[in-house]
Write a protein that binds this ligand. Structure first.
Ligand SMILES: Nc1ncnc2c1ncn2[C@@H]1O[C@H](COP(=O)(O)OP(=O)(O)O)[C@@H](O)[C@H]1O
Ligand SMILES: [Mg+2]
Length: 302
């Protein structure tokens, strides 16, 4: 028996190869006098994982908000599969763009499964009356929804915890649940805002695998992340945002070798560079060493 795995494994929102999924042109976002995002172009094609990096305050989250209808860009246009995105986040989700947030936004007192079911509401055709009357159509739709939600929980590795309250999950699993909930809207494009923030190295590695698996289902991914190793391992293309402007865009090697990127990050250490705590620790140790070095001299002087 032969199985066509490409169709079988493809997500319902999957995009045909060779299609431009996201096309953001000249996106500018101003808050009063502050230009948080300035004339940024970015495309994401089907089958791609694209990274968006940049120092804190560079405008990455603001740019995401412009892509998802949370903000209406001051200037510019965002197209998803050729259509200009509507200026409302639930309509953007319905169109096929899903996201997770830099600060986890789950329904803490709902179960894991319920959180994913909430994510499905843009995809369930059963309307208000059907839900109120709870006719056979409603029950059929609800059963199908639950099955799909359980499938997604299995995909992210949380099916065994379906009945747990979201707030009782460890941090790393809450992040996974957010991804499952985003996938529940059956997107063609998934936007991840710092998906490994606060994760340990094993969790980060698992997230990397999860993002590859999402891409393999035909869902294009745009990811913001601070962890450089994560980004350069994962992404086909990386764009660097600095002070609201796109500074460089290219494959990992191009971006890593670009002096402007290194300069933009000076003062903000890379993942493998000594962190600020380590620098402070070294400086404290040096100061102490200097103090003890001079102390005997002082004593001798007395
Ligand atoms: N709603 C807002 N109102 C005013 N300023 C904002 C708002 N959102 C973000 N900013 C400002 O825009 C800049 C970019 O922020 P942000 O997009 O969060 O950066 P990043 O995600 O790259 O760290 C910052 O200077 C931030 O203070
Ligand atoms: Mg941010």
């Amino acid at each position: 028996m032969t199985t066509d795995t490409t169709t079988k494994d493809a997500a319902p929102g999957a995009t045909a190869p060779g299609e431009t999924v996201l096309d953001a042109r000249g996106v500018t976002m101003r808050f009063g006098g502050l230009t948080a995002v300035n004339n940024v172009d970015l495309t994401v094609n089907s089958g791609e994982i694209v990274g968006l990096i940049g120092p804190n305050g560079a405008g990455k989250t603001t740019f995401f908000n412009c892509l998802t209808g949370l903000y209406i860009p001051t200037e510019g246009e965002v197209r998803y599969k050729g259509q200009v995105l509507p200026p409302k986040s639930f309509k953007v989700t319905a169109a096929g763009v899903a996201r997770t947030f830099q600060n986890i936004r789950l329904f803490a007192n709902m179960t894991v499964l319920e959180n994913v079911l909430v994510g499905r509401h843009t995809r369930t055709k059963e309307g208000l009356w059907s839900a109120l009357l709870r006719g056979p159509g409603f029950h059929r739709a609800e059963r199908a929804s639950r099955e799909r939600a359980m499938e997604l929980l299995a995909f992210v590795g949380l099916d065994a915890k379906a009945e747990h309250l979201a707030r009782n999950l460890p941090y790393g699993e809450q992040r996974k649940l957010e991804i499952a909930r985003a996938l529940a809207s059956e997107p063609g494009l998934l936007l991840l805002d710092e998906p490994t923030a606060g994760m340990n190295p094993q969790e980060t590695r698992a997230t990397e695998e999860l993002v590859f698996a999402i891409r393999d289902k035909g869902i294009a991914v745009l990811v913001i992340e601070h962890d450089m190793r994560f980004i350069f391992n994962l992404c086909d293309r990386v764009a660097v945002l600095v002070q609201g402007e796109k500074l460089v865009e290219g494959d990992s090697a191009t971006v890593q070798g670009d002096e402007r990127v290194v300069a933009a990050y000076l003062g903000e250490p890379f993942e493998d560079a000594p962190g600020s705590e380590e620098i402070a620790e070294v400086e404290a140790a040096e100061a102490q060493a200097a103090a003890t070095d001079s102390a005997p001299g002082k004593e001798n002087d007395r």
